[in-house]
Design a protein around this ligand. Structure first.
Ligand code: GTP
Ligand code: MG
Length: 311
């Protein structure tokens, strides 16, 4: 049989296609403004951990969204603050500064009805040579959305923002407006990731992060800041993942608090973390978590390196 396909139908050749746009967008702001909640909302899946406690995010995390001709790579960053100083905090701030260097556009998050010195320090970090969009998040907490207008007015005097957009990440209000505003700042470029990629992090990272999120959500005010999660073993079987993790704490008292009465707190942490992993991966997970005391890990550079805290 002669080949009757015209040359233009040869699928091995890449067709002359419409242009694509792909770029990096950093999400920055003081602790607790809703950066990670917004990242999850933008990409439509929970990849970044969030809690009502400040400084939940410790590591940069890229969340990828591909829609039509556009691919956004959102960079979630730790909350920027300079009041509490430890080596860990210094590393977290450094990762915010680094994130600003290589992106095409910056989204700085603020909170509706609030503005303080922490926000001021973030605005001081902003470069003049990149588009910066101010997002006023948590507008749902205002008794009347119109109350955000004076804040928009005041913000526009602090910095030359490309746009100022009020949103509610939690209620999914105006997040699409933000997304379509951002499309104009993505440069024309081939996609850098596969169209169905959600993040650049691997499954071990999410296992550790989901445990850390539950520690932030379910244990007392101080304990989460003294903990670090390490994945000791991660095995993938057909429909099951078997994960062994340990949580480092600074003191024996913190270990007792994390375990709770007859291990009840730790049990809940492990159960909820496992459920999140099962949702993300769509398979069963068997998770065991130990709690160990390792005094001084937060300020010991050797230990920080060993734990790959800046990864
Ligand atoms: N009411 C309301 N709460 C929100 C909204 N977005 C986020 N939050 C809450 O704000 C808290 C902090 O959210 P995160 O997403 O962890 O904030 P973050 O900026 O990533 O915080 P760090 O990682 O600690 O810097 C959580 O309790 C969220 O549920 C919103 O639109 N409205
Ligand atoms: Mg966060």
């Amino acid at each position: 049989m002669p080949d009757t396909h015209p040359p233009s139908c040869d699928l091995s050749e890449s067709p002359a296609s419409a242009p694509t746009f792909c770029g990096w967008v950093a999400l920055i702001g003081r602790p607790n403004v809703g950066k990670s909640t917004l990242l999850n909302r933008l990409i439509g899946t929970k990849v970044s951990i969030s809690s009502s406690k400040a400084q939940t995010t410790r590591y940069r995390l890229n969340g990828i969204l591909t829609e039509g001709a556009y691919q956004f790579v959102f960079v979630d960053t730790p909350g920027f603050q300079i009041r509490y100083r430890s080596k860990l905090n210094a590393q977290m701030n450094q990762s915010v500064r680094e994130a600003l260097k290589d992106v095409d556009c910056i989204v700085v998050l603020l909170e509706a009805g609030k503005y303080n010195e922490y926000d001021d320090n973030v605005i001081k970090l902003l470069p003049q040579n990149k588009p910066v969009i101010a997002v006023i998040n948590k507008v749902d907490v205002l008794p009347d959305k119109g109350l955000v207008l004076p804040q928009i007015e005041a913000l526009s005097r602090r910095f030359d923002f490309a746009a100022i957009i009020p949103i509610s990440a939690e209620r999914d209000w105006q997040v699409n407006t933000l997304k379509s505003t951002l499309t104009q700042y993505l440069p024309e470029s081939p996609f850098m990731f596969e169209e169905d990629d959600l993040t650049d992090r691997d499954d071990r990272f999410f296992a550790a992060e989901f445990i850390r999120e539950k520690i932030f959500r379910l244990s007392g005010d101080e304990v989460p800041y003294s903990t670090h999660v390490v994945i000791d073993s991660f095995k993938t079987e057909k429909t099951l993942r078997v994960i062994e993790a340990k949580v480092m704490v600074e003191r024996e008292g913190q270990r007792a608090m994390l375990l709770g009465h007859e291990g009840s707190v730790m049990k809940r942490i492990a159960t909820e973390a496992r459920q999140d992993m099962e949702r993300l991966w769509g398979c069963r997970v068997h998770l065991t978590v130990r709690v160990l005391v390792r005094a001084g890990w937060m300020n010991d550079p050797k230990v920080l390196r060993q734990f790959d805290i800046s990864a």
